[in-house]
Design a protein around this ligand. Sequence first.
Ligand code: NAP
Length: 295
Amino acid sequence: MSAKIISGKEIAAQIREELKEEVKRLKSDHGVTPGLVTILVGEDPASISYVTAKQKTAHDLGFHSIQDNQPEDISEDDLLALIDKYNNDDSIHGILVQLPLPKHIDDSKVLEAIDPDKDVDGFHPVNVGRMVIGERCFLPCTPHGILEMLIRSGVETSGAEVVVVGRSNIVGKPIANLMIQKRDGGNATVTVCHTRTKDMAFHTKRADILIVAAGRPKVVTADMVKDGVVVIDVGVNRIGKTPEGKAILCGDVDFDAIKEKASAITPVPGGVGPMTITMLMKNTVQAAKQFAGLV
Ligand code: NAP
């Protein structure tokens, strides 16, 4: 059996078309243009490429978008003042600070300075708390993207055994939490593995749906999964460069071997990655609608 490939690229393109239409309607019917600012501190090449992709997507969707570049040595106070400026700017509905920040700046302090109603990354403790108790909030973009992929691919999560590998605040913990919620894409029985898990294969072999976010190339191999499993591979590992200097990427699972056992699997690249940026856009549209009192 060769698995169905769940193309995040295609699902993301579909959602972007829906968002484009929604943005047109918001402008024509309500005079509202979603506004997104992405703040980049320093010149880390990976961060530059992520921020550029976010800005390009925002622009393509018809957002009012601002790319705010700040020097590596900006003080924490100045960065907090900048966030305060955007918190009070009515043309901006979403504020994204690209992580990681330089060592002299406290990430938590910065993320907590963002108005929770503009926290389109869904990292503010207020939004995290609302997510945990199942209230309306901005869901963190990568887990939100995973949910959408599962729902739109027709994967049944209700009653499924879900195993998550990884317990980070941006992927593992929130996706585990979302999948136990009483909602579409939830109602699963969830196990979370990490580096202290004694026998990871014991758990992964039981999974109907396996979500891997470890940041380790091929940490899950074919002998660790059962036939028919649905695999969501979140990992993005740079394992070399092409002769042209382009990064060669691979996920956290042994894609070639596992696709022969799985019923469905996401590729890397072209899986979770495009969904993450798209969910940032969806959250920004939601923020604009909330600001305008339309939801
Ligand atoms: P992270 O903060 O480094 O967390 C990795 C987690 O995996 C940790 O909880 C760690 O356990 C666990 N882990 C690592 N090695 C393991 C192993 N051998 N066995 C079991 N558990 C293991 O990473 P992250 O931010 O969640 O990101 C994970 C991966 O997803 C990275 O490759 C990242 O680039 C990628 N990612 C992709 C997207 C996207 O949009 N495509 C978005 C976010 C992240 P401990 O807690 O015990 O250390």
